[in-house]
Design a protein around this ligand. Structure first.
Ligand code: ATP
Length: 376
């Protein structure tokens, strides 16, 4: 059991964590929800021993005190962090990254069993053991980062925003993987902006606001709490603060620090809403249908309908091409070209320009036993 009591952290005069207490048991997923700048990353970094600020309080793993230990000693005790941004070794192969994760003495004797366990958990990594890590997709790199952390045979796995930048499909896969990690008896402490999916797999959760824990409950009750829904699950529009339930003797919460929140990496609209291209087009069509009418002429109504038909065909083609690409094994033939219907003569002047993002050509490298990189 990981236990944190009265943990505080400050960067110079700026407090970033105030008397935070929490626990994570073996085989339990605990999620920390909070706004930008609330102190979530600081909390994980303080537990992992890599917080640049001044840290005080108590951190224990079972009978072992972790407070004041160096980061490598903390990993050696069984607590490991997958930081935001993953931190994999991009120029090393997948398997090399994984084996480096087994560097702590606690993991060395069970390296082979651990590797089998990780490759069983992430079959993609088994297929890509020789691939240079930086050539993997974002989702695969995230799996590698988690796999490498698992190679240290942790009792507690901490993850900072693992779903950041992943598509809705990959997010779903990632959260399923975390549920599997829990089934191995590992405790998971998860910091996430994706409140909906993280609460769906978590056992318990804490709300961190302005450096303090203001609420804790089971994940199911948090997900059903109207205040949490409003603040973190997008219900009711504007983001709102979750009312704190302080202990009777608790000091009044400080006003928010006068420091501008750091910009959050952008997620695409469909990532945030979990909508497919078709959903987005349908939504746009509904919006345009409900927009105030300016009594368009018959000619412009026909032109609009033609544009809409044309858009639907193109979108359908894009979706089919994407579906085919997903089901096609790597190195398979080139994707079928997207069909572009001939413009209607009336329509030629106002044909919508649809930017189609094309991924750059993928180059796969393998590292030879001599250490040289070889392009496939
Ligand atoms: P986000 O969701 O945006 O990542 P967070 O809840 O993880 O936010 P932290 O990264 O823990 O927030 O930051 C908490 C506060 O501490 C912020 O005001 C931030 O500016 C400040 N802070 C974090 N790291 C440092 C640092 N190395 N030096 C100075 N201030 C820092």
């Amino acid at each position: 059991m990981l236990e944190v009591k009265g943990l505080s952290a400050a960067y110079g005069q700026h407090p970033s964590l105030n008397e935070v207490s929490l626990s994570v048991a073996q085989g339990e997923i605990v999620v920390i929800l909070g706004a930008n700048g609330a102190g979530k990353s600081t909390l994980l970094r303080a537990i992992a021993g890599i917080c640049e600020g001044e840290v005080s309080g108590e951190i224990r793993l079972g009978a072992d005190a972790l407070t004041g230990l160096s980061p490598d000693q903390i990993v050696e005790k069984g607590v490991v962090l997958v930081p935001e941004g993953r931190g994999i070794f991009g120029d090393l192969a997948v398997k090399e990254n994984l084996l480096l994760g087994a560097y702590p003495a606690r993991a060395r004797h069970g390296e082979r069993e651990n590797l089998d366990r990780v490759l069983g958990l992430f079959p993609t990594l088994r297929e890509r053991q020789g691939q240079v890590a930086r050539t993997m997709s974002g989702g695969e790199q995230q799996m590698l980062a988690i796999g490498r952390a698992m190679m240290s045979a942790p009792e507690i796995l901490m993850l900072d925003e693992p779903s950041l930048g992943l598509s809705p499909l990959l997010c779903k896969e990632l959260f399923q993987n975390l549920a599997q990690v829990r089934s191995l008896g590992i405790g998971v402490l998860l910091v996430e902006q994706n409140a909906k999916q993280s609460l769906a797999i978590a056992d318990r959760g804490y709300l961190l606001e302005n450096t303090r824990i203001v609420h804790e409950d089971t994940a199911a009750r948090l997900a059903g709490d109207p205040a949490v829904q409003k603040a973190y699950l997008g219900a009711g529009g504007q983001r709102a603060s979750v009312p704190a339930t302080p202990a009777p003797d608790a000091a009044p919460a400080p006003s928010p620090p006068a420091v501008a929140a750091r910009p959050q990496p952008q997620r695409s609209a469909d990532q945030q809403a979990g909508l497919s291209i078709t959903d987005l087009v349908a939504k746009a069509a509904r919006q345009s249908a409900s927009a105030p009418s300016h009594a368009p002429s018959d000619a412009s109504a026909t032109a609009n309908r033609l544009a809409s038909d044309r858009l639907t065909v193109v979108v359908k083609d894009i979706e089919e091409a994407a579906k085919a690409a997903r089901s096609r094994p790597a190195h398979a033939a080139k994707p079928a070209a997207v069909r572009t219907p001939a413009p209607h003569p009336q329509q030629a002047a106002r044909t919508p320009v649809i930017e189609v993002y094309r991924r750059p050509r993928v180059e796969v490298y393998r590292r030879r036993p001599s250490g040289q990189l070889e392009r496939e």
